[in-house]
Design a protein around this ligand. Structure first.
Ligand code: FAD
Length: 516
């Protein structure tokens, strides 16, 4: 049976947390937290919670950007962080399986050791499979290998049936294929509590990676140079979306109040870093913009403070500094570069930071007008602490067939943007929220935005909405919010039908859950 932590328990204050310190409001706090040990425990605990008349919310790690888990007045958090297995068949053969509480860093390390395989997931060690994979899951290998959901072959989940009974279901291509598709990107929090993901096949873990950076200070930046950087960056991903030899290149263009930085990680299509000409060709395109200061090669975009999960949480692993043309690069084994020495207890210790996030998929390069909108916002008075991270995307993700058997419809985008801001003092809430909201609104109010939906990246030939794993409740003020996340096609009605079928009482709901 689960371990119950109620309000009288001295562990409650830590047990009830998630990573975003903005939540919950005092009147939204749960009554108890239930730590489960295995799938049977999850089913029994879910039933116990329902029978007690409480609302259950599922937590694997608590990295959720919004309040979906902790805003549950007098309800119960069902914590599945202990369901953290990472297994393979004998001698590293398929099938591969991970528990929802398995941290990405542990998944990478364990699949590497046991099978020399990888899932193309995210960059933060402590994000867990439960929310991450069910919502899509992308990272530095997305252009090379696609999304993590593209590899999910089956899911174990506990749902609640019409009679209010907790039911364990295995969804695969033969049984409950509709639920399988929904859990491949539709976000698990809509349907039940996932207890395992399975993969029939996984890609090989690359051998090596190189990192490099080009960087600029704002005090030497001009509008012309900024526009050149933004448009050059975007055009590269458009021009190279179909060129497989470039798919091992990942980049993040980071705009912060301190600097403008392009950090890359590159591994060749063969998984080695023997030939880095793709990486040097990409970096050379920015020499004309005269980087004012070259960040050290060891400045890894995935460890830098402006990266979620970055900021020194991970101990740096040494590598060899090599120089190719104008560019010093850090060469490491891929697994060292992407996993490092970090671990985690799964507990959210210390007062969590306050944070707000937004997102956008981009199908085209930035126009000059768009770039200028960012220039004005980033050099204005209201964006202290704002981070705009523009990740390369597309390549293997843009496989049109995956539109039909996953719930990620964004399969023609070449960049994925994330807006982030972090602070500690509640007194800064209004200022921080205004800065990120105003920047976002300005970015999607240019002539390339859908003129009937100004202020948001409504799907058109330039934008493709937002990422459900970066949920943003500000979008709820737009009637079109489901289309922003799930597209304008058949997917949202499909997800509504799956929701009606597998969660007929809408037990698994939050402010951005699928509406029926
Ligand atoms: C520091 C940081 C770095 C990130 N980096 C990346 C990245 O590189 N790439 C990327 O794609 N995303 C990234 N994300 C976003 C991340 O994918 C989402 O926040 C994801 O939903 C987190 O899942 P979780 O299980 O870790 O978190 P949780 O907070 O536990 O869960 C998030 C949501 O999923 C639901 N959920 C969790 N477990 C289950 C389950 N077992 N069954 C059903 N529903 C469940 C929760 O109820 C909640 O609604 C990052 C987030 C953070 C905070």
């Amino acid at each position: 049976m689960s371990t119950t932590i109620n309000r009288q328990d001295p562990r409650f204050e830590i047990a009830r947390r998630t990573h975003n310190g903005r939540f919950p409001a005092p009147d939204q706090i749960v009554k108890q937290v239930e730590y489960c040990q295995d799938a049977e425990d999850v089913a029994a605990t879910l039933q116990k919670v329902l029978d007690a008349g409480m609302r259950p919310t599922a937590r694997s790690s608590g990295h959720c950007y919004e309040d979906f888990i902790v805003n549950n007045p007098n309800g119960a958090i069902i914590d599945i962080s202990q369901l953290n297995h990472v297994t393979t068949g004998r001698n590293g053969a398929p099938p591969y399986s991970v528990g929802p509480g398995a941290m990405l860093g542990d998944i990478y390390g364990r699949f590497y050791r046991l099978a020399d395989k990888i899932i193309p997931g995210g960059t933060c060690y402590t994000v867990t499979a439960g929310g991450h994979i069910s919502g899509g899951g992308y990272g530095v290998l997305a252009r090379r290998y696609g999304l993590t959901v593209d590899y999910v072959s089956a899911v174990d989940i506990v749902t609640v049936d019409r009679n209010g009974k907790a039911v364990a279901i295995k969804a695969d291509k033969n049984n409950h294929p509709d639920l399988l598709r929904a859990l491949r990107g539709g976000q698990g929090s809509n349907f039940g509590i996932i207890t395992s993901f399975y993969f029939d096949e996984l890609p090989d873990c690359p051998r090596e990676a190189v990192h490099a950076n080009v960087s600029w200070d704002w005090n030497t930046m001009t509008p012309e140079k900024f526009v050149d950087i933004m448009t050059t960056y975007g055009k590269y991903w458009v021009d190279n979306d179909n060129k497989k030899e470039t798919w091992g290149l990942f980049a993040m263009l980071g705009l912060t109040s301190d600097r403008i930085n392009i950090g890359i990680q590159y591994t060749g299509f063969d998984g080695t870093a023997n030939d880095v000409s793709v990486a040097t060709d990409f970096l050379d395109r920015f020499q004309k913009c005269k980087p004012s200061s070259e960040a050290p090669a060891s400045y890894n975009p995935h460890m830098q403070p402006n990266r979620p999960g970055g900021g020194g949480q991970r101990e740096r692993i040494p590598g060899d500094t090599v120089c190719y043309g104008e560019h010093p690069m850090l060469k490491q084994s891929w697994i060292d570069a992407n996993v490092g020495n970090q671990g985690g207890s799964g507990l959210i210790l210390g007062p969590p930071r306050r944070a707000k996030y937004k997102s956008c998929y981009m199908k085209k390069a930035f126009t000059e007008v768009e770039a200028m909108a960012f220039y004005k916002m980033m050099t204005g008075p209201d964006t202290k602490g704002l981070i705009v991270a523009i990740d390369s995307y597309g390549g293997a993700v843009n496989n049109p067939e995956r539109v039909h058997d996953t719930s990620i419809p964004q399969r023609t985008s070449v960049m994925k943007m994330q807006y982030q801001t972090y602070w500690q003092d509640p007194a800064e809430d209004a200022y921080r929220l205004k800065g990120i909201r105003d920047t976002y609104t300005a970015a999607y109010s240019t002539p390339v935005a859908d003129q009937a939906h100004l202020g948001v990246p409504y799907p058109n030939d330039h934008y493709d909405g937002c990422y459900i794993n970066y949920p943003d409740v500000d979008m709820l003020q737009h009637d079109c919010w489901p289309q922003l996340y799930y597209g304008t096609g058949e997917l949202y009605p499909f997800l509504q039908s799956v929701k009606r079928k597998y969660d007929p009482h809408n037990i698994f709901h939050h402010s951005m859950s699928i509406q029926t």
